[in-house]
Design a protein around this ligand. Structure first.
Ligand SMILES: Nc1ncnc2c1ncn2[C@@H]1O[C@H](COP(=O)(O)OP(=O)(O)OP(=O)(O)O)[C@@H](O)[C@H]1O
Ligand code: SF4
Ligand SMILES: [Mg+2]
Length: 351
């Protein structure tokens, strides 16, 4: 298996608006450190989860990867599908097979990457244009990327993808407007729109969190089926660790713009090491009382601070029950604690 994506020390800082007084007093600009030195690798064919509480930087990381926003710093080497790769001049490639997503690329390379890396948004109500019929929603990306030589060929693509997402008969659903669909059906259309360009990496940003619990499993199963038939790699963003453990192979747990622990989903869900990961996993409702007893409570203190004023040292130290002196001043290094398993915490640094 080769790496599909290798992100190294990625940053995204959003400048905060300064008041007139601050400008007149020459106060330094301040930033929201939404993504603050994040590193992870996603293997081809894997489902990689970015998890963590609201505001920890999951969506921003996803938006960087699909190039909706620019990186402030870092590196992100991405390996496109072979057919796309063959259209990219060697001068823009690293090691002959990767494109650095943080680099300034010409428009046509950018367009090729946009075809190969797609995103599914959380809100199936807000992400589809209410004035367009399903047919036109799905045809639009084909028009933008000049795929399908004739109208008949485009129609064929649209009907085929509708069948793949189980919206059948396709002729009937193609004529509908989004308001004529249920939440689950809309999310199927959002999945179809992401896949119609035949991408190889899909960033799914909380794709089931706004759906009724009863239809979440259906959409997750659809995503798993499509992954198998279309040879996809997913970056799956969720705050729901139960969903993550159902669908993902690996997980990175984020806190205030940084990854605190990453590794295989089973290792981390069954035996989290970082105090924040422990607290997050202990909070997952556990229907089996025997397992519930195994979960030790981790009493984390206070609220998550703002990403505009990240605490020094370990950013989790004001809330951590195990914080030591070193935690207050020095950022913990990434410690490898097993194959592919990394935790950022001073507790695991060998003395
Ligand atoms: N365009 C922006 N301008 C300024 N700040 C932003 C912008 N986008 C995100 N942020 C801030 O960056 C931080 C990370 O936001 P992000 O949306 O990535 O978090 P998230 O983990 O996806 O949260 P949620 O679970 O609520 O979706 C937050 O503090 C957010 O307010
Ligand atoms: S580095 Fe220190 S403060 Fe941070 S999680 Fe580990 S023990 Fe807690
Ligand atoms: Mg988000």
């Amino acid at each position: 298996m080769s790496s599909k994506l290798v992100v190294t020390k990625a940053y995204k800082y959003f400048p905060l608006r300064r008041s007139l007084v601050e400008i007149l007093m020459f106060k330094k600009p301040r930033y929201v450190r939404a993504v603050d030195g994040v590193s992870f690798a996603v293997q081809e064919g894997e489902i990689f989860c970015l998890a963590g509480e609201s505001g920890c930087g999951k969506t921003t990381t996803g938006r960087l990867i699909v190039r909706l926003i620019d990186f402030t710093g870092g590196k992100a080497l991405y390996m496109p599908r072979k057919e796309v790769l063959s259209e990219i001049p060697p001068g823009f490639l690293v090691d002959g097979k990767y494109v650095d997503l943080t680099a300034k690329l010409p428009r046509y390379v950018d367009k090729l990457l946009r075809r190969d890396v797609q995103i599914i948004f959380q809100d199936p109500y807000g992400s589809l244009n209410p004035r367009m019929r399903v047919y036109d929603i799905l045809k639009e990306p084909l028009d933008i990327h000049a795929l399908g030589a004739t109208d008949d060929e485009k129609r064929e693509f649209v009907f085929k993808i509708l069948e793949e997402v189980k919206m059948t008969p396709p002729e009937e659903f193609a004529e509908r407007f989004p308001h004529m669909l249920s939440g689950g059906q809309r999310q199927r259309i959002a999945v179809a729109r992401a896949l119609i360009l035949n991408p190889s990496l899909v960033v799914a940003d909380e794709p089931v969190s706004m759906l009724d619990v009863s239809i979440r499993a259906e959409i997750l199963q659809l995503m798993l089926d499509l992954k198998a038939t279309r040879n996809l790699t997913y970056i799956f963003i969720t705050h729901d660790l139960a969903v993550a453990s159902y669908i993902c192979d690996k997980i990175a747990i984020m806190y205030l713009g940084s990854i605190v622990e990453k590794g295989s989903i089973s290792d981390i869900v069954n035996d989290p090491l970082h105090p924040y990961a422990k607290a997050l996993i202990a909070a997952v409702p556990e229907p089996d009382p025997r397992n519930r007893l195994k979960m030790r409570e981790v009493p984390i203190k206070g609220e998550i601070p703002s990403a505009a004023s990240i605490p020094p040292g370990c950013r989790f130290h004001p809330r951590c029950p195990y914080a030591m002196d070193v935690c207050k001043s020095k950022e913990p290094p990434e410690i490898e604690v097993g194959r592919g398993r990394v935790v950022s915490c001073w507790l695991y640094v060998r003395k």
